[in-house]
Design a protein around this ligand. Structure first.
Ligand SMILES: C[S@@+](CC[C@H](N)C(=O)[O-])C[C@H]1O[C@@H](n2cnc3c(N)ncnc32)[C@H](O)[C@@H]1O
Length: 505
């Protein structure tokens, strides 16, 4: 069913109804229960349905209709949507009337946000999900806010900028987020349906300044530059033959990981000096070349600074399983085996041994050659931390470090970050530790093995004395040559500053 162009007056009326019903994340979680809330994200609506069944009141009606995509009676809807009316919901393309019943044609879920500018909630409309449809998704499905959406939003750099590009905007969640720290946002998508959802969500949440444009990747912004590009692109690697469904929301129609390579190259052509891009992506390890090395080659051709973090690695079978199941096809069926065969054939044709998933941070140098090229695996689980602020501080530390030669660094006064603790592991009965680690509480939660000299140095960084004096003191204490210790420790200190374990006083 096509989504009509959203009417601003009806959107305002619907927002008033949702507000009057108290349709907010906490209220909704209370209404359908914390346990149901948890499993809903994995596609199981039954516990929430049971909890809401027969519940009176506007919140329960909205939750059933737009939280779950379940039908409600015309009487219930009329009493709840007093400003927009059942007719208004129909004209917005969000519901249809079937006799005495109102059936949802889209989901609308509250989404809480918090950033440096404050906190609040949006209502985000998107297509009915698998749980609501009770079957596989159509190819033009527009995703709601998922884990990847929140991951990318959490990576957003906090400093305000003028212009942002959200490439592949879907329901518009990144554009809404970006607009909080930008004067204007251009949101692009190849899907007209996605762009209508983005416009609908902007109107529903009374957010202006989002310019929506249709087209393939960077085509709608040819010749334009942005201070920031954010993209959760359709990076899922999909076989191009074998009659595999092509879902717009996850597949950009390229072979292998070519789409991510294109997005990286395209970002380079659209960033202002000092402009940054933050992307999610998949990359293949092929023919003995590690995925991160292939990403490095793509970035090297652009002249951009880069910090690339690989967060997960899957073998071809696990990757194919993940995305076949995401499309609603279950194991043990002929369709599943056919799709698995197509995926494995596609990976074999390019010699793919594994597929990495991760985050790409790019920056156009203000002038000159790039100075940052960090490619690493950071696999530890993160408790949904907002990493953007941390990355912003890391970039600032990098920029300061490139201005400091070793003498300048040795003259600096440093402080251990407040979230760092030290763990010492002893063999049973041993007086000295065999392993010393620094544990970062925030950021990427790094665990960094250090030797006794570096542990002593880090422990003494309280901002009072210059680093060089501290290294000399540690050398004296440990009865080692001060110059050799300094040569050994300065590169390690640079790294600890870059990842936020140490900071400049
Ligand atoms: C994974 S979704 C991301 C949606 C949203 N930005 C988010 O973070 O939740 C990818 C989006 O890219 C869009 N897309 C697919 N192919 C594209 C292409 N060739 N050019 C631009 N956008 C494309 C899809 O329609 C979809 O909305």
């Amino acid at each position: 069913m096509p989504l009509p162009e959203p009417d601003p007056t009806l959107c305002r009326a619907l927002a008033a109804d949702l507000d009057a019903a108290g349709y907010r994340t906490d209220a909704l979680r209370d209404a359908w229960g914390t346990a149901a809330d948890g499993v809903l994200g994995r596609g199981h609506a039954l516990p929430a349905r049971r909890r809401l069944s027969g519940e009176p009141g506007a919140l329960a009606v909205v939750a059933r209709l737009f939280g779950l995509g379940d039908p409600v009676t015309v009487a219930e809807a009329s009493a709840t949507f007093t400003a927009s009316g059942v007719d208004g919901l129909v004209r917005l393309g969000l519901a249809r009337r079937d006799g005495d019943t109102v059936c949802a044609l889209a989901l609308i879920r509250p989404q809480a946000f918090a950033d440096a500018a404050g906190e609040g909630e949006w209502w985000i409309a998107s297509d009915l999900d698998e749980a609501a449809l009770g079957g596989p998704l159509p190819a033009d499905h527009v995703l709601g806010v998922g884990r990847a959406s929140l991951t990318l939003a959490g990576l957003a750099l906090p400093d305000p900028v003028d212009r942002v590009l959200d490439l592949g905007c879907g329901c518009g969640i990144q554009a809404l987020w970006a607009r909080r720290a930008a004067a204007s946002v251009v949101a692009t998508d190849v899907s007209q349906r996605a762009l209508r959802f983005t416009r609908l969500n902007a109107l529903l949440n009374d957010v202006d300044g989002i310019d929506t444009r249709c087209g393939d990747l960077f085509a709608p912004v040819a010749g334009e530059r942005f201070d920031r590009v954010v993209s959760n692109p359709p990076f899922v690697i999909t076989p191009r033959d074998g009659d595999v469904p092509e879902y717009e929301y996850r597949d950009g129609g390229r072979t292998g990981d070519g789409l991510v390579a294109e997005v990286i190259a395209g970002a380079a052509g659209h960033l202002t000096p000092g402009g940054t891009a933050v992307l999610l992506g998949n990359w293949e390890s092929r023919d003995g070349i590690a995925g991160l090395d292939r990403v490095r080659a793509w970035v090297d051709a652009t002249g951009l600074d880069a910090w690339v973090l690989e967060r997960e690695v899957l073998d071809p079978v696990a990757y194919a399983e993940l995305w076949i199941r995401d499309g609603g096809t279950v194991p043990g069926t002929p369709a599943y085996d056919r799709l698995l065969g197509a995926w494995l054939g596609d990976f074999a044709a390019r010699g793919v041994a594994e597929i990495g998933f991760g985050y790409v941070l790019l920056r156009r140098p203000v002038s000159g050659a790039p100075t940052l090229a960090r490619y690493e695996r950071v696999m530890q689980p993160l408790a949904d931390r907002a990493l953007g602020e941390h990355l912003g501080r890391c970039l600032a530390a990098h920029d300061r470090l490139v201005t400091l030669d070793d003498a300048g660094l040795a003259a600096s006064r440093l402080v251990v970050a407040g979230d760092v603790t030290e763990a010492r592991h002893h063999l049973p009965g041993a007086a000295s530790p065999s392993v010393i680690e620094l544990h970062q509480g925030g950021g990427f939660g790094r665990v960094i093995p250090v030797d006794p000299a570096l542990a002593a140095l880090v422990g003494s960084c309280d901002g009072d004395l210059a680093l060089g004096a501290l290294i000399a003191a540690v050398a004296e204490l440990m009865e080692v040559d001060a110059a050799s210790l300094r040569a050994e420790l300065l590169p390690r200190v640079r790294d600890l500053l870059l990842v936020g374990v140490l900071t400049f006083a």
